[in-house]
Design a protein around this ligand. Sequence first.
Ligand SMILES: [Zn+2]
Ligand SMILES: [Zn+2]
Length: 346
Amino acid sequence: MVSPALSETPSALPSPEARPGGATPPLRGARRALVLFVLQGLPLLGLGHGLWRLHHTGISGLEVGLLVGMYLLTMTGVELGFHRYFSHRTFETTRPLRAGLLVLGSMAGQGSALLWSGVHRWHHAHTDVPGDLHSPTLGRQGAWQRVRGFFWSQFLWYLDAPAIARFGRFLDAHRASPETLLASAEDSQESRLARTLPDLLRDAWLVRLNQRYGLWVLLGFALPAAVGGLATGTWDGALGGLVWGGFVRFFLVQQVTFAINSVTHTVGTRPLETRDDSRNNAVMAVLTLGAGWHNNHHAFPGSAFTGLRWWQVDPLGLLLRLLARLGWVWDVRAPSPEAIAARLRR
Ligand SMILES: [Zn+2]
Ligand SMILES: [Zn+2]
């Protein structure tokens, strides 16, 4: 079931000298405000409404179930799908499971699978060095700067990565000619991110599914609303499902995922030798179903498993083992005990 993990970065990645900005104009004015409102304002309003409902009408067992269920499903889509599968290709799986992971990850509203993977592959090629799009520590000296870096990488980093707001339209414009795009020397941030994705861009089926991103995000709200409405037979039940399984879940999954950028590059332990500030953080590991063992992950980005010791809980690693037993995933990569021992810090 397991094969040796790659600890080096794939050859398709940009060189460490590459800068992220390129020729892409920065987000300014109304467009910047709109991106901020959609990504932070709307989920915050949803959370506020959820807290208002909690105070006035409480929360039903069904609503708790929808919040927890949708959190687990979309976090699985992000961490197992977007991260371990699409970004790092740490295992292989069937087409229906690939589609399921893409849809579930998209429901988290953190960008499409291709955009998320491009930004993340870039992060691994430039971790905490010039070029990293969301490092909390890069260029930050002293306590105050570090605090600012922490909050920027938690809440605002995407405003300084203007390609993110343009990437969907950019991919659409180049959908018919992935080879031209991959061979292009265009200096825009969109083009640089796209060139980290040769394996994904050449998969026309995947690109088509990826371009329905907006539909999958809406599904992430429609699904809990439909379940809430059908289970109670009331419009208020549908609204409760929308608020708890949709908006509050969206806010929590987004903040917890972004905390991988901020918290696990500043707070935690560094048992393994890496050339960055990545940390292992047990609380983050529980909240992200395994991604919090981030120092382990940066040491072995090609590993399908983030928990490298028996006590490092990695729920999605356990799910992968189960799926492998069922024959639904294969070529699951893991580092050898010797490789892990060689990376231990002395
Ligand atoms: Zn990282
Ligand atoms: Zn990664």
